[in-house]
Write a protein that binds this ligand. Structure first.
Ligand code: ADP
Ligand code: MG
Length: 292
């Protein structure tokens, strides 16, 4: 009897041991499965991150491709524009000389033979002269704008430069030019500053519809030279005042819209500033005395 009990005990014990072992194995398996799940979860989240990165890269690539095609179009336009610019500079230059000859010859004929020329022919001469000088100014607008050359600075009297400029402008009879009595000297590129005066004065004359007054004043401080070109015209409309220094902006049927941009370029080359105000229309130029 006792031996039967002992044998049952030992079989129970061995069963318990076996169950214990199985339990340990199950725990191990659960642990390893948990580890696997964690690792899968980690991989899944990495996968999500990679997916997000891929989407971002795709988006960036699409953006870059469209930027690239935009730049290609811009480059193409810029190349074409610079070719057109070069061509118009050459054309303007080649046309300017024969036109100047026409203009000067007419002027000479008018001067020499004024009494002998009948009034109607004289009027025709006048309109040829006006038309050719208008064309010279338009060509100069193109040349001043397209050709940017380095400054050739020397010490100059502003009055002398102004006189040079006025001698090249046809001033209508009903326009009065009031010049500064004060003179100032300045280290500057005389040809370029002459173009500044010419543009501002021609604009003033055109704005006044051929009658009124243009007032030119010079001022100076220890460090700066200032000049103003003022006219008694109707002023610049509010809608235009922001745009007048932009290339090709014009309100005139025969305008080039290149005069003021060229003026601004020249002033900036001299490290100066140009500004405008209305009532009365006044262009103010400020140039440093030691700009180069
Ligand atoms: N003194 C002025 N009075 C009124 N408007 C002016 C004056 N100067 C310039 N403007 C305006 O600025 C525009 C641009 O001038 P500009 O660049 O010289 O080109 P353009 O004379 O060929 O039109 C002119 O068309 C005109 O509308
Ligand atoms: Mg002009």
């Amino acid at each position: 009897m006792e031996s039967v009990v002992r044998s049952t005990d030992s079989s129970l014990l061995s069963k318990i041991a076996k169950l214990e072992k199985e339990k340990q194995e199950l725990i191990q398996e659960t642990l390893s499965q948990n580890r696997m799940i964690v690792s899968y979860e980690r991989k899944l989240s990495q996968f999500e991150a990679v997916k997000e990165q891929r989407d971002w890269l795709l988006e960036e690539m699409t953006k870059k491709i469209s930027e690239l095609s935009h730049f290609q179009t811009e480059l193409f336009k810029a190349e074409r524009l610079s070719a057109i610019g070069e061509m118009s500079a050459r054309l303007a230059h080649d046309m300017r000389n024969p036109l100047t000859i026409i203009k000067n010859s007419i002027e000479l004929v008018k001067l020499k033979h004024a009494e002998k020329i009948p009034l109607d022919v004289y009027r025709l001469f006048l309109s040829i002269e006006n038309a050719s000088s208008r064309m010279v100014f338009q060509l100069d607008d193109v040349l001043n704008f397209v050709r940017s050359s380095p400054l050739d600075s020397t010490l100059n009297s502003l009055s002398d430069i102004l006189e040079e400029s006025l001698s090249e402008i046809v001033i209508p009879d009903q326009i009065t030019i009031q010049k500064s009595t004060k003179d100032v000297s300045l280290l500057c590129d005389a040809e370029k500053i002459k173009a500044v005066f010419t543009n501002l004065i021609v604009n003033a004359i055109q704005a006044m519809d051929n009658h009124g007054t243009v007032l030119i004043r010079f001022e100076e401080t220890d460090t700066e030279v200032m000049f103003t070109v003022q006219d008694s015209g109707p002023g610049i409309p509010d809608s235009a005042i922001e745009k007048i220094f932009e290339p090709l902006f014009t309100t005139k049927s025969r305008g080039t819209g290149l005069g003021l941009p060229a003026v601004k370029m020249i002033i900036q080359q001299h490290q100066g500033k140009i500004s405008v105000s209305n009532k009365p229309t006044t262009f103010l130029v400020v140039l440093p005395k030691k700009s180069n």
